[in-house]
Design a protein around this ligand. Structure first.
Ligand code: BGC
Length: 334
């Protein structure tokens, strides 16, 4: 009796097809984060309730993917099963469907699981219970839905303990989703230099991710949730700023090349209190630097903070959108 894999292999060889690898199925190039919505304590708390029409607008502008951060951990029952609240689960399902309706790929993650970062061992069971439910419920969704195992490991969630936990999450998902693309980030908020800390799994459908907010004192100036709340105004665009960016792109590209695993820039952007012209040039230079070395990207964020779209005035920030090589009507011809 031959396994399905063996049968596929034989059929593929006979027909002259190549066996699908990660590169064939991770098709994201231009992505935007739908943050400040389902990752808030409750959707709406952070000035963003996801609307179906946003996905139509996003697809029309030329994005191919949306990343949907979700704070699952705040919507469960108690131990030992941590059953996800059905109303919340259905809401996430509806949002995924809205994105799929507009032919967008979807990256679904576990976001702001703060308790896991603070006490990884104590929250291991809850983490696995979450993925058990999410993976099982969404196993029939198209393979253009990707799962990202955990957003920005930090605090006590690092090193071997982080790797073992993430691998356990991976294995749990694989019980019901044998080939879905699974995305993983590394230590220390998944910064660029964390890429080598990500566990390498012997699985062709693994993708590495990192977040790029360097220089932090520029991108996060005057943010209320960091130590930079009262920081001075910082500009961006000096020769050394640009050199650092090129170095970062080379670093990520090198990891992609040496590991053979796709590397994905899952978040980048600059806070709205930075000088506007510098936000635009930073967005443009960062997007291009990574794109030029074959790294796909996901801008932070659609609306509310770091916004590309103003939901009060109902309009795109045209300069920021153009910095991504896009316009309300699609990709800008080069
Ligand atoms: C966090 C957001 C934050 C952004 C930039 C994201 O990972 O979830 O709350 O605004 O990073 O700091």
């Amino acid at each position: 009796m031959k396994s399905i894999f063996q049968k596929c292999l034989i059929t593929s060889l006979l027909l002259g097809f190549s066996i699908p690898t990660t590169a064939d199925t991770f098709n994201t190039k231009r992505c935007i984060n739908m943050g400040n919505a389902l990752d808030a304590p409750n959707e709406g708390d952070w000035r963003h309730t996801i609307e179906a029409k946003s996905f139509e607008r996003i697809a029309k502008a030329g994005f191919d993917t949306v990343r949907i951060p979700v704070r699952w951990s705040a919507h469960t029952g108690n131990a030992p099963n941590y059953i996800i609240d059905e109303k919340f689960f259905q809401r996430v399902s509806d949002v995924i469907q809205q994105a799929l309706t507009h032919d967008l790929h979807v990256i679904l993650n576990i976001h702001h699981f703060d308790e896991l970062n603070a006490a990884p061992k104590e929250n291991h069971t809850k983490f696995i219970a979450l993925w058990s439910q999410i993976a099982s419920r969404y196993q029939s969704l198209p393979d253009t839905v990707y799962f990202e195992i955990i957003n920005e490991p930090t605090d006590n969630f690092k090193g071997d303990l982080m790797r073992q936990t993430v691998k356990a999450g991976f294995a749990k998902i694989r019980e019901t989703n044998p080939t879905r693309i699974l995305i993983m980030g590394g230590d220390n908020w998944s910064g660029l230099k964390s890429l080598p800390s990500i566990p390498k799994i012997n699985d062709t459908n693994q993708v590495y991710t990192f977040h790029y907010y360097d220089p932090f004192k520029f991108t996060h100036q005057k943010t209320s949730w960091t130590h930079l709340k009262n920081s001075p105004t910082v500009t961006w665009a000096s020769a050394s700023d640009k050199k650092a960016l090129e170095g970062a792109a080379q670093y990520a590209a090198n990891i992609q090349k040496t590991t053979g695993i796709p590397v994905f820039l899952g978040e980048f952007g600059a806070y709205e209190k930075a000088p506007y012209k510098d936000i635009v040039s930073y967005t443009n230079a960062t997007r291009k630097a990574f794109e030029n070395v074959g790294i796909s990207w996901c801008a932070w964020n659609y609306t509310a903070t770091f916004p590309f779209y103003n939901t009060t005035e109902n309009k795109w920030d045209l300069e920021k959108l153009e910095a991504l090589g896009l316009s309300p009507n699609g990709i800008i011809k080069k």
